[in-house]
Write a protein that binds this ligand. Sequence first.
Ligand SMILES: *Cc1c(COP(=O)(O)O)cnc(C)c1O
Length: 394
Amino acid sequence: MSNPASKPDHQGPATRIIHNRRHQDTFGSPYSPIYNTTTYRFENTAALLDMIEGRSEGYLYTRWGTNPSIQELEQGLAGLEQAEAALAFASGMAAISATLFTHGRNGIVCVGDLYGGTQAFLVEQCQALGIQVTFLFREELNHLAEHLDQPGKLVYFETPANPNMAMLDIRAIAETAHKHGALVAVDNTFASPINQKPLALGADLVLHSASKYLGGHSDITAGALMTSEALAKPVASWRKNLGQLIAPETAALLSRSLRTLPVRIRQHNENAMSVAQAMEAHPKVTKVHYPGLPSFEGHELACKQMSGFGGMLSIEVEGGQEAAAQVADSLKIFLLATSLGGVESLVSQPSATSHHGLSRDERLRRGIGDGMLRLSVGLEDATDLIDDLTQALS
Ligand SMILES: *Cc1c(COP(=O)(O)O)cnc(C)c1O
């Protein structure tokens, strides 16, 4: 399949991201300095005009996206998704909002469950601006074509989705969407680019909250869009005028995080698989939602479109909401906190956090059981994590 957004590379992702740099440092440092600057001086007016009028490349003002630290980060981000281009943002929501404003103006069709912030943006801001937004349940996917009656729409989804890891077939959705002249955007935050490459499966735009696995240490708020040069260009203009740029210092921190992304993800995958298997064998756990388990509904699809199953899973404990809260409160290593993708393990109860606003019926309709706990499995020793869950469950 020829997808202009997807650009395969001959080196592996770990090699590429460790050796990602735009310039050779004068002092021989293997890594670039941080360009903490808002502006750049020119030799003379003619040189400034050459840059502004497009006759020469150069740097004018950091908010425009012209900053060596940011551009080096973007080169690395593009490589991770094997994309032609990448744009870095101040947050995941900045990346998502700029992308939806740019490419969703003819209507957005969402499939399955979405991150709460994205859902709020679609309902509050997009609809206030007159953008038509349609929400389809995952089970209504066979009606997708009916909602793509006019060309130029945007199909938007997440897979695996929060909090029950529900899977959507990227290749199949992209085929339907493209047949009807629509673009496809996938939020790939949960999987990370190491485990899943939506562009290679036919998607046009890939989004990340870099505050999660890309940053990986729960200390950076950032976002990213990976796509083709042609689709990135108009988004860069929205980013510039909405002022959503990542700070150069944060960009350099994120570049540092990315160098360990492949190895971190490998360990997240391994730890989550161990935890999932232990939970599946536990008598007080009624269900485990993890793409890597053969008992999981989406396992076959996960094997087809993911190369690793990720660090996120959810379990359902006997006794419903109160019992689940008690387990969450009894954990000693897992921290009771929202967010995900850091080196430390986190636990959250969807009915008390991300899906608190929904009625019980609505939660059940979305496959969120009363006793569900979502786990972001970190990089501690897996045996300690399993011991912690076991003591909390008893
Ligand atoms: C956290 C998250 C976002 C939003 O990212 P921020 O960096 O918090 O703005 C978007 N999508 C998913 C799936 C997320 O988990």
